[in-house]
Design a protein around this ligand. Structure first.
Ligand code: CO8
Length: 264
């Protein structure tokens, strides 16, 4: 599809933002293609998504500065909403999304990575919110998600100074979970996605919802969210089979088997 490719590898979808001539910068068309791609993913089959950028230089170098340069106040707000709606869709996507950050993740690029569940990156990755250097604020969720991920103090420092950081610093402050040589990044992302895909899918979805929804509320409500989602797992085939397998193992270790969880 246009600026976004989607490849299915068993239960894992690999979504690639493909505008390398502009370092995968997000213009309106890329955002539309991204939304259509996520809408088209069959979550009855797909159990994890890997999001990356085409080429070896850039994940996403930001929102398209040329397109933004002439926006009016109202158009700027509408463009911010367009990006935010799509990034929120990714954040709330029923199955986990891993950002495989293969280079620049600046402005909207850092922001889209933060709407994913997990970030891993290559050694040449560079993260940052350079917007104040362009006379704007981070407008695709950066002022909100960066503070939630790495704490308000560090987020404010990075945003106010517009300083870009390399992979090792991103790892140190908890913005990414791991750093790999460029040539190993996609294999690592796909391996992690396959591990997620091998887990009980209803339980994984419930975990994502419990963590995301729980983080938006106080601990008392959050615990109730967890209880309800925990309860919803019982009487699924996966719960019955997962627990029966454990009990079989205890009874006779020779009966151990790898459970092929279904979507049920
Ligand atoms: N927008 C448009 N085009 C871009 C962008 C971008 N963000 N980034 C790179 N490109 C284009 C360049 O213009 C260039 O095109 P051309 O070959 O036609 O001149 C091509 O990609 C290659 O880029 P460079 O030649 O600049 O490559 P370098 O290796 O020299 O530099 C950099 C790479 C450092 C990444 C450099 O391109 C750069 O600084 N890019 C801009 C990074 C940036 O500031 N990103 C933040 C943008 S603002 C943002 O994302 C706001 C999000 C919220 C929006 C809310 C809306 C209301």
């Amino acid at each position: 599809m246009g600026f976004v490719n989607c490849e299915l590898k068993e239960n894992v979808a690999i979504v690639t933002i493909n505008r390398p001539e502009a370092l995968n910068a997000l213009n309106s068309q890329v955002l539309d293609d991204l939304e259509a791609t996520f809408d088209a993913i069959d979550t009855g089959v797909v159990r994890a998504v890997v999001l990356t950028g085409a080429g070896e230089k850039s994940f996403v170098a930001g929102a398209d500065i040329g397109e933004m340069s002439t926006l009016t106040k109202a158009e700027g707000e509408a463009f911010g909403k367009k990006g935010n709606d799509i990034f929120r869709k990714i954040e709330q996507f029923p199955v986990p999304v891993i950002a495989a950050v293969n280079g620049f993740a600046l402005g909207g690029g850092c922001e889209i990575s933060m709407s994913c569940d997990i970030r891993i990156c290559s050694e040449n990755a560079m993260f940052g919110q350079p917007e104040v250097g362009l006379g704007i604020t981070p407008g695709f969720g950066g002022t909100q998600r960066l503070a939630r991920l790495i704490g308000a103090g560090m987020a404010k420092q990075l945003i106010y100074t517009a300083r870009n950081i390399k992979a090792d610093e991103a790892l140190r402050i908890g913005l990414v979970n791991a750093v790999y040589p460029q040539e190993e990044l996609m294999a690592a992302a796909e391996k992690m996605a396959s591990q997620i895909a091998a887990s009980a899918p209803i339980a994984v979805r419930a975990c994502k919802k419990a963590i995301n929804d729980g983080l938006q509320t106080d601990i008392d409500e959050a615990i109730v969210i967890e209880e309800k989602l925990f309860g919803s797992c019982f009487e699924t085939e996966d719960q019955k089979e997962g627990m029966a397998n454990f009990l079989r193992k205890k009874d006779d270790p020779a009966k151990v088997k790898v459970v092929a969880f279904k979507n049920g």
